[in-house]
Design a binder for this molecule. Structure first.
Ligand code: ARG
Length: 573
């Protein structure tokens, strides 16, 4: 399988440095910061010159180093131009024939030349994690959307992904709720809203009534020791909550099933041993009656057992890491959750490493910021309540329906509904995925549903438009032809097309789906530029077929990109 272009260039530079200086170091290759200078650049000359000058008696400048590396660089037919700019950047411009050759290969490859990872890993992705007896909130929405996209990308690169839905289904609050339900009775009509109401009532009672407090405590003990009646009620609560979130996953097109659920309760039996091992190694100590572990960057220690013997969120996460490494055999564990949990995960990771439960395993927290309303405050309904996800998705589909009906009134009702679903849900997901996850983002219906700009509808429309070219031309299959690039607009499109794999690989390493979104947006924009300048169906052969091939590659790349983001791409819009 052909390697990514950027890696081929990296390799050639590495060899050049070896030849020139006998050193094996990273050439620091990046895409060119400015298209005018070329396509890729190596930034190593600056640091290498410094290193060479500091060691010996001879002084050398970055430009001299760059010159020497460039002289030793063998890129063959790949490069049209190699030049040195500024203090010592080495710029590489790809040759149009190389780009065209690469595109020809890409057209006949099912994976669009996106290579499979050389080293296949087993990766656990921990995402979504709603809490039982509560409705999912927008924070869970972000986790679900981002975690799912990351999982798809990693899987596509050939790794094995184990999705883990760490639902909050355990803890003292269940004692309260069950004790309350024992009196109230849960019927078949009890829905998630009722459970939330019961929970509020139970909490009020707990705070006011010492006898109820005692009862709740005993209930937790009975639940945790597996008493039949309590277990059954708990099970009902869990099932009722599933009835709420499974349909949301389904509507979102998120690949989480009941089989991926490993809730907090799953680790319950392992908790005493977690604490015991941490005590035996001397990492955990007693502090004010509780068992805690002090970590390096925070004043507050990580509490793993309360003075009343109860375990905490952190204890469960430690057990989960141990399980994921020892039993699931993961070599990489990724968590996509709210950045407010940064300290929690930093401390849990440190403890797991120090006790030796994550030897050689990458533990990665991929946090995200808060979803804000257009007023810049955390996203709420107009009346100030938390937004129910179901309502949010309903509204997305409704708004998209108006959009589709306006654009294409003649479509059959059923088709309109189907497109509205793809566009509406896609818009919500894409709005989230297209922003750097680290920043807070403003939820805006108008922006996310716009047909212009970096939005799902824009990309979906770009895809549908290309497909309509093929429909109009009555073309169902493309001949195997050699692509050639003559027009500037073709070359600009082609150069971006061959970078698809780079974008996908970056999502896998940086865990940032917006890198793929930016790639797709740029692709659609370049396609527009190409389509405005270069007639396709009207062009004479063989140019017509070559341009159709470029259009087809664009459509396939958008389709693959959207699929990896978990977003549909209707054939028409
Ligand atoms: N239930 C948690 C919450 O709502 C999210 C779970 C995150 N996963 C984990 N392994 N701690 O905040």
């Amino acid at each position: 399988m052909a390697e990514l272009v950027i890696h081929q260039i990296e390799y050639a530079f590495r060899e050049a440095i070896r030849r020139a200086y006998g050193m094996d170091i990273s050439p620091l290759v990046t895409p060119a910061t400015n298209e005018r200078f070329g396509d890729y650049q190596a930034n190593v000359a600056m640091s290498l010159a410094k290193e060479l000058s500091s060691g010996g008696t001879t002084r050398t400048t970055p430009r001299e180093v760059a010159q020497k590396i460039a002289e030793n660089l063998h890129l063959g037919a790949m490069a049209e131009d190699i030049s040195i700019a500024g203090p010592g950047f080495i710029n590489v411009t790809l040759s149009p024939t190389f780009v065209a050759e690469r595109l020809t290969q890409m057209a006949s490859d099912e994976r669009l030349l996106v290579p499979l990872a050389r080293q296949r890993e087993r990766v656990v992705v921990d995402y979504s994690g709603p809490n039982i007896a509560k409705q999912m909130h927008v924070g869970h929405l972000r986790s679900t959307i981002i975690g799912d996209a990351i999982s798809r990308v990693i899987e596509f690169l050939g790794h094995e992904v184990i999705r883990q839905n760490h639902v909050g289904d355990w803890g003292t609050q269940f004692g309260m709720l069950i004790a309350y339900l024992e009196e109230t009775n849960m019927s078949a009509e009890t829905h998630i809203e009722d459970l939330e109401e019961f929970y509020r009532a139970a909490k009020a009672r707990f705070d006011a009534d010492p006898a109820f407090q005692e009862k709740a405590r005993q209930t937790v003990v009975r639940l945790q020791s597996g008493a039949d009646k309590e277990r059954k009620l708990w099970q009902r609560i869990v099932e009722e909550t599933r009835r709420h979130y499974l349909p949301i996953y389904e509507r979102l097109g998120v690949r989480l099933t009941v089989a991926d659920e490993r809730g907090e309760s799953f680790y319950n039996d392992m908790l005493p041993n977690v604490v015991e091992e941490l005590r035996n190694t001397g990492l955990a100590v007693e502090s004010d009656g509780a068992i805690v572990v002090f970590t390096s960057s925070y004043d507050n220690p990580l509490i793993i057992q309360k003075s009343d013997g109860g375990y905490l969120y952190a204890t469960t996460d430690l057990a989960a890491i141990r399980y994921r490494v020892a039993v699931l055999k993961a070599s990489r564990i990724i968590y996509t959750h709210d950045s407010r949990q940064s300290q929690h995960f930093a401390q849990v990771f440190e403890v797991a490493r120090r006790v030796g439960w994550a030897k050689g395993v990458k533990l990665e927290f991929a946090p995200f910021g808060t979803m804000l309303g257009e007023d810049g405050k955390p996203f709420k309904t107009r009346s100030g309540n938390t937004v129910k996800l179901k309502d949010l998705l309903d509204e997305a589909e409704e708004r998209a329906y108006s959009l589709v009906s306006e654009k294409n009134p003649a479509l059959p009702e059923e088709t309109k509904r189907r497109i509205a679903r793809a566009v509406g849900i896609g818009a919500v997901k894409y709005a989230d995925l297209s922003k750097d996850r680290l920043s807070d983002y403003v939820f805006s219906w108008d922006k996310m549903l716009a047909l212009e700009g970096n939005t799902a509808p824009y990309l979906q429309y770009a895809y549908a438009r290309i497909r309509s070219i093929f429909r109009k031309g009555g073309i169902s299959e493309l001949p195997n032809i050699r692509i050639e690039l003559t027009e500037e607009a073709e070359l600009r499109l082609g150069k971006h097309l061959i970078r698809l794999g780079e974008a996908i690989e970056n999502v896998c390493s940086e865990l940032k789906p917006h890198l793929l979104c930016s790639y797709l947006y740029e692709l659609a924009t370049r396609f527009t530029g190409f389509y405005e300048k270069c007639p396709v169906l009207q062009a004479p052969e063989p140019i017509r077929s070559q341009r159709l091939a470029l259009a087809d590659l664009t459509a396939r790349s958008i389709a693959l990109g959207l699929e990896l983001l978990g977003i549909e791409h209707p054939e028409q819009m």
